[in-house]
Design a protein. Sequence first.
Length: 107
Amino acid sequence: MGANRGIGLALAEALVNRGVFVFAGVRNPDTALELGRVREHCPSLLRILPLEVTSDESVRQCADMVQGISGTLDILVNNAAVFLEETDAGLAALDVDCFGHKGKYAW
């Protein structure tokens, strides 16, 4: 999930508070300060992983990390670009959310 802010952050926090183990994907883990505070509360239930949904390599690396840590993923919440930035990066993330692939704004 895109969990650095907004809906993703709120969902990650709510799940962790209910005892659910969460992998939280963010573009830059170093800037995920609020998410870091959630992890301080329940460090065994939250892993913050670097993830850029518009990069196939980043997605592969993240999937490999999840596989290596838990071997499985029960639920996937893809909410990157919910707060759309009207930039090429923001539109590319929306492209992935809507169409599941990288394409120059396939819509």
